[in-house]
Design a protein around this ligand. Structure first.
Ligand code: SAM
Length: 273
């Protein structure tokens, strides 16, 4: 599928998700894929203490697969960029952590999501936040701008992951941190099975295999690369979806079970070139 077709599918899907939240629903239940608030990927990512004080729509729009700000060790005064910020939940959590002397940017290409995020910002009354319109393959910020890049289940949606990682590297300051939650595959899985599980997870373009992720980060120039599993998916979680795709989950269990996971991916831009 051409990159532009993938982008359009992603925009349509997340545009609809944003409109569901705007009309008082949840971002995911009833979506084209099985991803709903009751699914094992997007549910229970944040504690109530974290979401306290945030607009209800920011939490309702949460479509991530991890909690990057909980793991990113953000410090007061830092600047943060969230790639594919959706309704803005991780941007607002970042803004709290970096405080009034810091800044949190959200970047998204879907107009309905940006409108929702900006409305959430208005409701939350936070000043140190800015939502940018654009693509993660072409980040609309100058070189060496931010201390930390976060992202929550977005890079797997991109058809050009090398470009995304090169752009993340470019906009990070020397010594800046890449601290991202994403879906990762561990080991070899037959292509047809892999595709079905990826569709269940919602990966439009495909998740990277763990070693591939490490290699691509290294190629982009990053060092200190680490991939930490945060949630490992079992074949049981996807049984109904796989059956609808014509796959016998018992027969493929050994090839799939435990190989798809949400992970926290850390890396650093070197301080000197
Ligand atoms: C799975 S949702 C995650 C949203 C948010 N990070 C969260 O945790 O709730 C993916 C978001 O990334 C955005 N997105 C996907 N691909 C993108 C791209 N290539 N450039 C910019 N935004 C993108 C979508 O519009 C959507 O808002």
């Amino acid at each position: 599928m051409a990159d532009q077709d993938i982008k359009q599918i992603v925009k349509d899907k997340y545009g609809k998700a944003a409109l569901r939240v705007t009309s008082g629903g949840s971002s995911c239940c009833g979506s084209a894929s099985s991803r709903g608030e009751c699914d094992p990927i997007t549910s229970k990512l944040y504690s109530t203490t974290e979401t306290e004080g945030l607009p209800a729509e920011a939490a309702a729009a949460s479509l991530g697969c991890g909690n990057p700000t909980a793991l990113a060790e953000l410090k007061p005064g830092e600047s943060v960029l969230d790639l594919g910020s959706g309704g803005g939940i991780d941007v607002f959590l970042s803004a709290k952590r970096v405080g009034p002397t810091g800044k949190a940017y959200g970047l998204d290409m879907t107009d309905e999501m940006l409108a929702l995020a900006r409305e959430n910002q208005r409701k939350a009354g936070v000043q140190n936040v800015e939502f940018l319109r654009g693509e993660i393959e072409q980040i609309p910020l100058p070189d060496n701008t931010v201390d930390v890049i976060i992202s929550n289940c977005v890079i797997n949606l991109s058809a050009d992951k090398d470009r995304v990682l090169a752009e993340a590297f470019r906009v990070l300051k020397p010594g800046g941190r890449f601290a991202v939650s994403d879906v990762v595959v561990r080991g070899e899985i037959p292509a047809v099975i892999r595709r079905s599980v990826e569709l269940w997870i919602g990966c439009v373009a495909g998740a990277l295999e763990e070693q591939e992720y490490r290699d691509k980060l290294g190629k982009a120039g990053f060092e200190g690369i680490d991939v930490e599993p945060t949630r490992v998916y079992r074949v049981e979680d996807a049984r109904d979806f796989l059956a609808k795709s014509g796959l016998d989950s018992d027969a493929i269990a050994a090839q799939v079970d435990g190989k798809f996971m949400s992970a926290f991916i850390r890396a650093r831009k070197p301080t000197a070139p």
